[in-house]
Structures are given as structure tokens and as C-alpha cells.
Design a protein around this ligand. Structure first.
Ligand code: PLP
Ligand code: COI
Length: 357
């Protein structure tokens, strides 16, 4: 594995300024000092692996990614434990998903070791930026890659740039969510890019997010585009329900849904909360009927940024439903405490998910 080498002239933010940022980090409001970069072209493959100062990057207005959206990204977090140590959560899964997103977008795959080394070094060099774990704050790490050839013709770019940023962050959604089921838009289709983590998925979802916010909803709950009868996922999160017969049920991965790492983790934690993990197609009518009859007792949405957000309502032009009594459900809160307890080092890591930095 080729190592990322550290530039010697990176300017470090003062401890006082870091303390001010960590007092109220928001999400993506502040960025760390060292970021990673590597470049690919067909002749040299991956090269130029460096840790450079965060700041503007020069680009030609003809940059391929600006025109045709050849871009992918990942999201993972570094957590500070009570003894001050810093840990990553299942980063190899992000590395593998990044490679499969690249494959779908006809982009070069960054070797898993390069992904892991860059993430590790970005966190390690910026350790002072990892907040103390109280308030569930952490350092959000954002690896991404884009077509960086200057190119107006439509073909896959012959130069790609990989970068990895990081930003101190609290949970993305402060309050329990009501989700909007849009009658107007779709996120993903069979054969499309729904299972890839590419910027285009989020770009095409913005209009529905605007609609959701106008309706007083925090996010969209997407349906399958072919039949609009199956529940898929939230715009930034996977979706789960808890049933009265103790199932923790989430839509099966069909190629149109992102295979969330939090999703996979919750499925593995279910049994220690007396829940049976179930992955299968979930009909919208089953969801609505289950909420009305009380068979579905809780709903939640999960992701790295969102952590576990209780879902307390659903809305569309055809229905407006409260889930349970409209407050976060007990199983949701238990699962959330368990997952964050592992991540922040206050509960045992029985599955061996954490990696030291
Ligand atoms: N689905 C979408 C569309 C997302 O953007 C995310 C966030 O990364 C997730 C699901 C959850 O994935 P993960 O748990 O790996 O963060
Ligand atoms: C993440 O949870 O890492 C995401 O990518 C969601 C993001 C779009 C805020």
C-alpha cells in the first residue's frame, strides 16, 4: 500500500478556535486542517497521495464533474471515548461501498487500503477536532471522488480526484421526524443508481425535499418508482418499523436502496432487544394499515449522519398519520442507546466494529 504523505506547511487552527467550533459544531459548518487527496489517470493509476491543507481547489470551468455529475462520496464518523481515545466505526464497509459506487459510475476504484489509510490519517492528524462524546458529537469524515478532467464531451473522465474532508458534527436531525411521501418525484429506478452513493441521487431528490419542508416534514420517505407501492428509504437514511409481534422490519435491498452500514448494524443488534430482524418488501398499504391498526408500533430512520431518528408521523396528499402516540418509541430509543453506546465506548463492542485511530 502506498502511503499518503503529509505536507509540512499545513496551517493549524488554534486551540481556541477549535474550542469555539466544537462548542456548537452544527453539521458541516467547520472543516479540519488536513485533508487527503490522490489523483488517478489511465497511465499512472492512483498517484499523488498527499495530506494537504483544507482550502479552495483550483479548477477549470470545464471540469467533467461540474457538467455531468460523475461524483461519489462516503460518510463515516470518528468517535471519542471517555478515556480520550478515538475510534472509527466499521470503516472497511465504507471502503467497499465506495468501490462499488465507483464501479456503478464507471469511475476508477480506489483501493480499500488507500481509502482506509486516508481516512485514518485525516482523523489522526486532526485528532484535536474530534469532539468529546457528550451530546453525541463526533467527527464526520467525508471521502469523495469526482471526474476532474477538463472535458465537455460525454464520456467517463480520464482523470479522477479523490479527497477526504472531515467536519465536527452533532446528529443531523435534532427532532423526531415526520416523513413526506411525495406524489410527484422518484429517487431511484431498477437499473439506476439508487444503491450507489453518488451526488446525483441527492441532486435529483432536492425538489422533493423542498416539497417535504414546505409540508412541515423533515425528510422524504421514498417509494419504488415503478409501482409506487413499495417503501424504500429516506432521503438520507434507511427506514425501519417495529411491529407488535416484535419484528424489526426494513425493506429488502433490491438494488434501488443504499445498503446502509447503520442499517446492517441495527439488524445485528435486534436480537439483543428481543426483536427479530426481517428484511423483505414493505408495501405502503401494509405500512399505513399497520400504523392505523397499531400493529406497527414504532418507526425509525437511520444513517451515519442521522444516527437513529425516531419517525413519529407520515404525510402525503392522501394521508396524515401519527405513529404510536407521536413520541419516540421505547425500542427505537433502546436501539439508539445501544448503537451510540458502542460507538462512544460506553457499552461493549461485542461485534468488533470499532477500529482505533
Ligand atoms: N440511505 C441514504 C440515501 C443515505 O444517504 C444514507 C446515509 O449515508 C443511508 C441510507 C444510511 O447509510 P449509512 O448507515 O451507511 O450511513
Ligand atoms: C451520511 O449519513 O453519511 C450521509 O451521507 C447523509 C448525508 C447526505 C447528510
Amino acid at each position: 500500500m502506498a502511503q499518503f504523505t503529509v505536507d509540512s506547511d499545513v496551517v493549524r487552527t488554534s486551540p481556541d478556535q477549535i474550542a469555539t467550533a466544537l462548542a456548537d459544531p452544527g453539521f458541516g459548518r467547520y472543516f479540519v486542517d488536513h485533508i487527503a487527496r490522490a489523483v488517478w489517470n489511465p497511465d499512472e493509476g492512483w498517484h499523488g497521495r498527499r495530506l494537504i491543507g483544507a482550502g479552495p481547489i483550483p479548477m477549470h470551468p470545464g471540469l467533467a464533474a461540474l457538467h455531468y455529475g460523475q461524483e461519489i462520496f462516503e460518510g463515516l464518523k470518528a468517535y471519542r471515548h471517555p478515556d480520550g481515545s478515538v475510534w472509527l466505526f466499521r470503516p472497511e464497509l465504507n471502503a467497499r461501498r465506495f468501490a462499488s459506487s465507483a464501479e456503478r459510475m464507471a469511475m476508477p476504484q480506489l483501493p480499500v487500503d488507500d481509502f482506509l489509510d486516508s481516512v485514518h490519517q485525516v482523523v489522526s492528524l486532526n485528532k484535536d477536532w474530534v469532539p468529546a462524546g457528550q451530546g453525541e458529537q463526533s467527527l464526520y469524515v467525508r471521502p469523495f471522488m469526482f471526474g476532474s478532467e477538463t472535458l465537455i464531451g460525454v464520456r467517463t473522465a480520464q482523470e479522477h480526484t479523490y479527497m477526504c474532508l472531515a467536519s465536527p458534527a452533532g446528529p443531523y436531525y435534532a427532532d423526531p421526524l415526520t416523513l413526506w411521501v411525495t406524489p410527484n418525484f422518484s429517487r431511484s429506478m431498477v437499473g439506476g443508481t439508487g444503491m450507489a452513493k453518488c451526488g446525483g441521487n441527492y441532486a435529483s431528490a432536492m425538489a422533493a425535499e423542498v416539497e417535504a419542508h414546505a409540508q412541515g416534514c423533515g425528510q422524504v420517505l421514498w417509494l419504488d418508482s415503478a409501482t409506487r407501492t413499495l417503501v424504500e428509504e429516506g432521503g438520507t437514511m434507511n427506514f425501519f418499523v417495529v411491529t407488535a409481534d416484535d419484528e424489526l422490519l426494513t425493506p429488502a435491498l433490491t438494488g434501488t436502496i443504499l445498503a446502509g452500514i447503520t442499517r446492517d448494524s441495527l439488524l445485528q443488534l435486534a436480537s439483543s432487544h428481543g426483536l427479530t430482524p426481517v428484511e423483505r418488501p414493505l408495501e405502503l398499504t401494509e405500512l399505513l394499515d399497520g400504523i392505523r391498526s397499531g400493529h406497527i408500533t414504532e418507526a425509525l430512520a437511520c444513517g451515519t449522519a442521522a444516527v437513529i431518528s425516531p419517525v413519529v408521523g407520515l404525510k402525503s396528499p392522501d394521508f396524515e398519520l401519527t405513529i404510536g402516540d407521536g413520541t419516540p418509541g421505547p425500542r427505537t430509543l433502546e436501539l439508539r442507546s445501544h448503537l451510540t453506546g458502542i460507538q462512544f465506548g460506553t457499552l461493549p463492542d461485542a461485534f468488533g466494529w470499532l477500529r482505533p485511530v
